[in-house]
Design a binder for this molecule. Structure first.
Ligand code: PLP
Length: 421
């Protein structure tokens, strides 16, 4: 395999090509093929940006048709037929059936761009700087978003510039299962000497993806919403990784029945892996003045086209979400068995997750790395997450055929046994 130029020219900052040092050439749904014709089952799915699999034919056809007709492609915030069509799909397929009423901002195309816009909007609305965020939260690595991201590796890579404007509080379960961490938040808000600057907003992932598949309880989320309402604080749900169906509902907060003030989406939003993000806000929160937040790429027309196709194809009824929930139970069941086997070997392990966002916590990044390395050698692309990379994380395409899902789980089980023998 010719990798010399890739190794020589691409910055040291590269990551995934270190775990998977082959040249990938083709992909279809949950299968990747490298240059030498070797196939891999994909349990990473572009870090959750390919919930509908690689090259989904229906979504790709929408893009090809659009391209064939000399339509507008650029990403300035012009009105285009593609944008109109996407907004129609968003309203008709997603928002109205869920009783949700949001206006939409298209910031830059990445997740961190959406988070930057969301927290700045919250600050402008409330005239307060502070944003409460949670331990192990990951919201991106640009400076504003980084202030709400817990991981020290990223926080220390700013050349000494401090990240400001975020206050970390314990996520659900952080202090053990018997402590409701929101008691602390509520106490800080009511105690005038608690030292917490009253926040403009709280940003939360309902399931922490990069932080190690930490799942917040549905009651905890409801209580968080109630605390925000009681103290005039905006609730921002960062659904960049947990959204677009990953947890078994389009919006991960649907499980808890909460209605965030602001929502961020990106990753799988375009349906085809194209860079695309959005911020949803309750209509009365749209305090932006024209051009107050700008950028060249604010709504990529190709992504509007593919995102609209994905919404119409997968979300017009509940067939897809029920199938995701079914597959989630298959993964949960097998992960529990694998975790139990690991524990029998004297290494404490457990499984957790919601829908098809699941992980096995093996307690150590070294062990998790050994497992994922074996898995790759055996034909499975899977990654780790958590503060030390101690959680082997399944983010397979939601569209994965059952045969591939079972084969991927078999490979993982074999790899665990090889890694620990
Ligand atoms: N928010 C969450 C919950 C994420 O998982 C991520 C990326 O993994 C981001 C924000 C940042 O997205 P991006 O990497 O596209 O900037």
């Amino acid at each position: 395999m010719q990798t010399q130029i890739l190794e020589r020219m691409e910055s040291n900052v590269r990551t995934y090509s270190r775990s998977f040092p082959v040249v990938f050439t083709k992909a279809r749904n949950a299968r990747l093929t490298d240059e030498e014709g070797r196939e891999y089952i994909d349990f990473l799915a572009g870090a959750g940006s390919l919930n509908y699999g690689h090259n989904n034919p229906k979504i790709k056809q929408a893009m090809l048709d659009y391209l064939a007709e000399d339509n507008i492609i650029h990403g300035l915030d012009f009105w285009t037929a593609a944008k109109r069509d996407y907004l129609n799909a968003l309203e008709e397929v997603l928002l109205k059936p869920r009783g949700l009423d949001y206006k939409v901002q298209f910031p830059g195309p990445t997740g961190t761009n959406a988070v930057e816009a969301a927290i700045r909007l919250a600050r402008n609305i409330k005239g307060r700087h502070n944003i409460v965020t949670f331990t192990n939260g990951f919201h991106g690595v640009t400076m504003g978003a980084l202030a709400t991201t817990g991981n020290r590796k990223f926080r220390e890579a700013t050349g000494g510039v401090p990240t400001v404007g975020g206050t970390f509080l314990p996520y659900d379960g952080y202090l053990g299962e018997h402590t409701d961490t929101l008691d602390y938040f509520e106490k800080l808000l009511t105690d005038k000497s608690g030292g917490l600057d009253v926040p403009a907003g709280v940003i939360v992932e309902t399931v922490q993806g990069e932080g190690g598949i930490n799942v917040s309880g549905l009651e905890w989320l409801k209580r968080l919403e109630a605390i925000c309402h009681a103290h005039d604080i905006l609730l921002i749900v960062d659904d960049i990784q947990a959204g677009c169906g990953r947890t078994g509902k389009f919006f991960s907060f649907e499980h808890a029945g909460v209605v965030p003030d602001i929502v961020t989406n990106s990753k799988s939003l375009s349906g085809l892996g194209l860079p695309f993000s959005q911020v949803l806000m309750r209509p009365e929160l749209d305090v932006w003045t024209p051009g107050q937040y700008n950028g060249t790429f604010r709504g990529f027309a190709l992504a509007f086209t593919t995102a609209a196709a994905a919404l119409r194809y997968f979300w017009s009824d509940d067939t897809f979400e029920r199938d995701v929930q079914r597959k989630g139970r298959v993964v949960e069941d097998r992960f529990q068995k694998i975790a139990a086997w690991i524990s029998e070997q004297g290494i404490e392990a457990s499984e957790r997750g919601r829908g098809l966002m699941r992980g096995i916590d093996v307690g150590s990044g070294d062990i998790a790395d050994r497992i994922t390395e074996k898995a790759f050698a055996n034909g499975l692309v899977i990654e780790t997450s958590g503060q030390d990379g101690e959680v082997v994380k399944c983010l397979c395409p939601l569209t994965i055929p059952d045969e591939d899902l079972l084969e991927g789980l078999d490979i993982l089980e074999t790899s665990v046994k090889q890694a620990l023998s």
